[in-house]
Design a protein around this ligand. Structure first.
Ligand code: MSP
Length: 657
């Protein structure tokens, strides 16, 4: 993809409706959304497709297990995917469902065309099938004679009449495609696996099933009602039926796709079957099939069946949608796996977003207000800061290349280098001293340099963090659109004049204690949602600052009730590396459940029967779905963590004062 293509077509895989959306799904969709937004910003006519994959044996079985018809079930889950993408402000141009009538007709037309071409024939299939992956495997591919090589589940033997697609016929053509288009498969390193697979010989592909019903029927001209199409044939064709293939061809001008994003587990379908189907249909090849890695928890692929999924909505609600987008795109190089951790996310928020980006905007607001009544002109920037401008322009120029090669993490790194130049320039030129020395023009040039840095960076960050950049735009008095992209990035122009507006901190800091709480939970919970806590923390901090010497009155101190508690029960919280679940007697006639992040320092057993000092009037909070009704006091330094305890045993519930 480049800014010179003038129609851009970007697709995500269509998601199976038997799973809840998790951050793995959100990842693909966020990358695609970022690419689509950037394509539009750079002036390209863009079509961005996503949707749901609703047919097949897996969905039929999942629906039956819930006492629903497949369609009812598909409606429900497809609706949830769509709602999630709407909540995430995903700018898809079409959300396709494989149960859409136009899709089904389009698929039948394609089947007919492949048949007429002589690429489809009828036969009998006997072999192994994994319902979970909806994939056929040869005996040699199986693990221990029965296990699916992709998901490990037990495969079943399928023995039925079937139509076949003559995939073997396309072996040489596929190899030629890979050879002549070295960036057809991205990252290029992944192409090797595919080339090896194809070179080792392709079997014809079974493309219809008779043992269940939930799929697209064959075209009526085939007069063969008992077959439904193989779900992968049906699903892959969505990329063209969504453009009107086999119907009105309305948007076929967008074909071939520029980038088809897929996870590495489904690269084979997209890099082998899909181009072969397209060759059979005499359609041009997509420019890139780009395969990303997996988001894992503790090294294992996230999936509902493993029970280790992270809900993207919870994360976005807790940390902010744009911070989540930034994290996903910045943290892991495209193509590689990444283990999801809230600590890493919070570190990115505090460091990259809070310190480097948010703080630079704060400094603009502060300096422009204090020295220039918020009115900024760029008239002397060239004169005083030619060197910085050249550096910035070179970095920004080069950064887009990374973007188009899907090295979005590198693209962001380049942008951050520009922010570093801005932050450093303030320290180097000390505008406060320039003002003191009466060098107002120089101080103005410096502040304007920083404003220009922020403006240029905003243009390029708009597709990554559209909402936060809107806030920056309103502060800088600018609009990011194709015109400003052309002026500030392509033409390397500067802002002429602008008035800065004060806005709230873009990324309020998340405090270390909150990071520790969240780290000890395996998924985000309401109580570990730093956004809410953060606001309170901010409030507490501001109140403390207003109190000049940062002192509290005795009354204020005693708003906290401290009591001695006796730990009567203690056990480890499964899946948490930090938490112990304690039952603590505070002399109230019932024990309180307290979750304490001390597992690394105390074994559960060693705590039973001991006492500790407890904050007894803390608002209950949920950690990993369990209520915690208090907090133990502890002190931590380089020698470890120790609970605060009475010197001699005290009655449970004794007040500490
Ligand atoms: N329905 C098929 C795709 C058909 S496309 C014509 C399918 N659906 S899926 O819901 O199982 O997966 C959709 C996408 O989500 C795949 O690209 C898959 O790689 C991706 N992910 C599922 N789990 C993932 C992670 N844990 N991490 C990153 N992406 C992963 O396959």
């Amino acid at each position: 993809m480049s800014q010179k293509d003038n129609t851009i077509y970007i697709t995500t895989p269509i998601y199976y409706v038997n799973d809840v959306a998790h951050i793995g799904h959100a990842y693909t969709t966020i990358i695609a959304d970022t690419l689509a937004r950037h394509a539009r910003l750079t002036g390209n006519k863009t079509f961005f497709l996503t949707g749901t994959d609703e047919h097949g044996q897996k969905i039929e079985t999942s629906a039956a297990a819930r006492g629903k018809t497949p369609k009812e079930y598909a409606d429900e889950v497809s609706g949830k995917f769509r709602q999630l993408w709407d909540d995430f402000d995903i700018t898809y141009d079409k959300f396709i469902r494989t149960t859409d009538e136009e899709h089904k007709t389009g698929v039948q037309k394609a089947f007919q065309k492949m048949f007429d071409k002589g690429d489809i024939y009828k036969g009998n299939y006997e072999g192994n099938y994994c319902v979970s992956c909806e994939t056929f495997y040869t005996d040699a591919q199986l693990l221990d004679n029965a296990g699916c090589p992709d998901c490990g589940k037990t495969t079943t033997i399928v023995k039925e009449e079937s139509y076949f697609f003559a995939l073997s016929k396309y072996e040489d053509k596929l190899l030629k495609l890979y050879e002549e288009n070295p960036s057809f498969i991205l990252p290029k390193a992944k192409a090797k696996e595919i080339v090896n697979f194809v070179s080792s010989g392709l079997n014809d592909l079974s493309i219809s099933r008779t043992s269940f019903d939930w799929g697209v029927k064959l075209p009526s001209s085939m007069n063969d009602d008992k077959h439904v199409m193989y779900v992968w044939l049906d699903a892959l064709l969505n990329y063209i039926t969504a453009l009107g293939y086999g119907n009105d061809d309305k948007n076929m001008e967008f074909w071939p796709a520029n980038i088809q994003l897929v996870g590495k587990d489904i690269l084979r379908f997209h890099a082998i079957f899909w181009p072969a189907f397209l060759m059979s249909l005499d359609l041009p090849m997509p420019k890139h099939i780009a395969a990303h890695g997996w988001w894992t928890r503790d090294g294992e692929k996230m999936s509902k069946s493993k029970g280790n999924v992270v809900d993207p909505k919870e994360i976005a609600d807790a940390y902010g949608l744009d911070a989540f987008r930034y994290f996903m795109l910045r943290e892991v190089p495209f193509g590689q796996d990444g283990d999801f951790s809230q600590r890493a996310l919070m570190d990115r928020i505090n460091s990259d977003l809070g310190n480097d980006l948010g703080n630079l905007l704060n400094r603009i607001i502060g300096m422009s207000g204090k020295y220039f009544d918020y009115k900024i002109t760029s008239k002397d920037v060239e004169k005083f800061h030619k060197k910085e401008l050249d550096e910035i322009n070179t970095l920004l120029d080069g950064s887009e290349e990374f973007f188009y090669n899907l090295q979005i993490n590198r693209f962001l790194e380049e942008i951050w280098k520009v922010l570093t130049i801005g932050n450093k320039a303030i320290g180097d030129y000390e505008p406060w001293n320039l003002m003191k020395d009466g060098k107002t023009d120089e101080a103005m040039a410096l502040v304007a340099l920083i404003v220009n840095i922020m403006a240029k960076v905003s243009v390029l960050l708009k597709s990554v963090m559209p909402h936060k950049v809107s806030e920056i735009e309103s502060s800088l008095g600018m609009i990011v659109n194709t015109e400003s992209y052309n002026k500030l990035i392509k033409e390397k122009e500067l802002f002429s004049e602008t008035t800065i507006t004060k806005i709230d901190a873009l990324f309020p800091r998340i405090e270390e204690e909150l990071i520790a709480i969240a780290e000890s939970t395996s998924t985000v919970t309401e109580s570990s949602a730093p956004k809410q806590i953060c606001k309170n923390e901010e409030k507490i901090k501001i109140e403390a600052l207003e109190d000049e010497a940062n002192l509290v009155t005795i009354d204020k101190f005693f708003e906290t009730t401290l009591k001695i508690g006796t730990i009567v029960e203690a056990e480890e919280v499964p899946k948490s590396s930090k938490l112990l679940r304690l039952q603590v007697d505070l002399g109230e006639g019932r024990n309180r459940q307290i979750l304490a992040g001390i597992k690394e320092y105390y074994s559960a057993e060693s705590l039973i029967g001991t006492q500790a000092c407890v904050v007894a009037n803390l608002k209950p909070a949920k950690l990993m779905g369990m209520e915690s009704e208090g907090m133990l006091l502890a002190a931590k330094d380089e020698n470890g963590l120790h609970l605060l305890r009475p010197e001699a045993p005290k009655k449970s519930g004794t007040k500490v004062s």
